[in-house]
Design a protein around this ligand. Sequence first.
Ligand SMILES: [Zn+2]
Ligand SMILES: [Zn+2]
Length: 124
Amino acid sequence: MIRRNTNQSQIVYKSIELMGHTTSEKLIEYINSNYENISLATIYRNLSKLLDEGQIRKLRLGNDEIYETVKETHYHFKCQICGNIYDIEPKMISIPNIKEVDGNDVTNTDIMMEGICKNCKKIS
Ligand SMILES: [Zn+2]
Ligand SMILES: [Zn+2]
Protein backbone atom coordinates (compact mmCIF):
# COMPACT_ATOMS: atom_id res chain seq x y z
CA MET A 1 0.00 0.00 0.00
CA ILE A 2 2.78 2.38 0.94
CA ARG A 3 4.71 1.48 -2.18
CA ARG A 4 1.66 2.09 -4.37
CA ASN A 5 1.13 5.57 -2.91
CA THR A 6 4.76 6.39 -3.47
CA ASN A 7 4.50 5.41 -7.11
CA GLN A 8 1.38 7.48 -7.59
CA SER A 9 2.98 10.55 -6.10
CA GLN A 10 5.99 9.98 -8.36
CA ILE A 11 3.67 9.78 -11.36
CA VAL A 12 2.09 13.10 -10.37
CA TYR A 13 5.50 14.69 -9.78
CA LYS A 14 7.00 13.34 -13.04
CA SER A 15 3.99 14.48 -15.02
CA ILE A 16 4.27 18.03 -13.66
CA GLU A 17 8.01 17.99 -14.36
CA LEU A 18 7.46 16.88 -17.96
CA MET A 19 4.66 19.40 -18.54
CA GLY A 20 6.63 22.28 -17.04
CA HIS A 21 3.61 24.26 -15.88
CA THR A 22 0.14 22.87 -15.69
CA THR A 23 -3.31 23.44 -14.29
CA SER A 24 -4.84 20.58 -12.32
CA GLU A 25 -7.31 19.99 -15.19
CA LYS A 26 -4.55 19.55 -17.77
CA LEU A 27 -2.54 17.42 -15.36
CA ILE A 28 -5.49 15.08 -14.85
CA GLU A 29 -5.99 14.83 -18.62
CA TYR A 30 -2.31 14.05 -19.07
CA ILE A 31 -2.18 11.42 -16.32
CA ASN A 32 -5.37 9.76 -17.54
CA SER A 33 -4.06 9.45 -21.08
CA ASN A 34 -0.62 8.19 -20.01
CA TYR A 35 -1.39 6.06 -16.97
CA GLU A 36 -4.30 3.92 -15.93
CA ASN A 37 -6.46 3.68 -12.85
CA ILE A 38 -5.53 6.85 -11.02
CA SER A 39 -8.63 8.45 -9.59
CA LEU A 40 -9.23 12.18 -9.32
CA ALA A 41 -9.15 11.90 -5.52
CA THR A 42 -5.75 10.21 -5.69
CA ILE A 43 -4.36 12.89 -7.97
CA TYR A 44 -5.62 15.70 -5.74
CA ARG A 45 -4.36 13.91 -2.62
CA ASN A 46 -0.91 13.58 -4.15
CA LEU A 47 -0.92 17.19 -5.30
CA SER A 48 -1.46 18.40 -1.74
CA LYS A 49 1.08 15.88 -0.42
CA LEU A 50 3.73 17.13 -2.88
CA LEU A 51 2.84 20.74 -1.98
CA ASP A 52 3.21 19.96 1.73
CA GLU A 53 6.55 18.29 1.11
CA GLY A 54 7.74 21.33 -0.82
CA GLN A 55 8.39 19.33 -4.00
CA ILE A 56 5.98 21.31 -6.13
CA ARG A 57 4.49 24.76 -5.84
CA LYS A 58 1.26 26.38 -6.87
CA LEU A 59 1.23 29.74 -8.63
CA ARG A 60 -1.63 32.00 -9.41
CA LEU A 61 -1.38 33.34 -12.95
CA GLY A 62 -4.39 35.45 -13.84
CA ASN A 63 -7.39 33.22 -13.17
CA ASP A 64 -5.41 29.99 -13.33
CA GLU A 65 -3.76 27.99 -10.61
CA ILE A 66 -0.60 26.54 -12.06
CA TYR A 67 1.53 23.75 -10.63
CA GLU A 68 5.24 23.39 -11.23
CA THR A 69 8.10 21.50 -9.64
CA VAL A 70 10.21 23.56 -7.30
CA LYS A 71 13.21 25.02 -9.09
CA GLU A 72 15.53 27.96 -8.58
CA THR A 73 13.95 31.40 -8.23
CA HIS A 74 12.44 32.45 -11.51
CA TYR A 75 9.60 34.55 -12.87
CA HIS A 76 6.89 33.84 -15.38
CA PHE A 77 5.77 35.07 -18.75
CA LYS A 78 2.38 33.97 -20.01
CA CYS A 79 1.47 34.24 -23.68
CA GLN A 80 -1.96 35.74 -24.25
CA ILE A 81 -2.33 33.90 -27.56
CA CYS A 82 -1.15 30.31 -27.03
CA GLY A 83 -1.38 30.32 -23.24
CA ASN A 84 2.14 28.91 -22.84
CA ILE A 85 3.96 29.82 -19.67
CA TYR A 86 7.66 30.51 -19.91
CA ASP A 87 10.17 30.52 -17.08
CA ILE A 88 12.13 33.76 -16.97
CA GLU A 89 15.46 33.64 -15.19
CA PRO A 90 16.23 36.62 -12.97
CA LYS A 91 19.34 37.42 -15.04
CA MET A 92 17.18 37.90 -18.17
CA ILE A 93 15.54 41.01 -16.75
CA SER A 94 16.92 43.77 -14.62
CA ILE A 95 15.03 44.16 -11.41
CA PRO A 96 16.30 46.04 -8.41
CA ASN A 97 17.12 43.89 -5.40
CA ILE A 98 14.49 45.38 -3.12
CA LYS A 99 15.08 44.67 0.57
CA GLU A 100 12.44 46.93 2.01
CA VAL A 101 9.34 48.63 0.74
CA ASP A 102 7.19 51.12 2.64
CA GLY A 103 8.65 49.94 5.94
CA ASN A 104 8.11 46.24 5.14
CA ASP A 105 10.98 43.77 4.79
CA VAL A 106 10.97 41.94 1.45
CA THR A 107 11.91 38.26 1.56
CA ASN A 108 10.51 37.09 -1.75
CA THR A 109 9.67 38.72 -5.08
CA ASP A 110 7.38 37.30 -7.71
CA ILE A 111 6.97 38.71 -11.17
CA MET A 112 4.32 37.69 -13.63
CA MET A 113 4.41 39.06 -17.15
CA GLU A 114 1.92 38.67 -19.97
CA GLY A 115 2.21 39.33 -23.66
CA ILE A 116 2.86 37.66 -26.99
CA CYS A 117 5.54 34.98 -27.00
CA LYS A 118 8.32 34.65 -29.56
CA ASN A 119 6.60 31.71 -31.31
CA CYS A 120 3.29 33.51 -31.71
CA LYS A 121 5.09 36.64 -32.94
CA LYS A 122 6.58 34.56 -35.79
CA ILE A 123 3.17 33.28 -36.90
CA SER A 124 1.31 36.60 -36.89
ZN1 LIG B 1 2.38 32.21 -27.68
ZN1 LIG C 1 8.05 28.28 -13.63
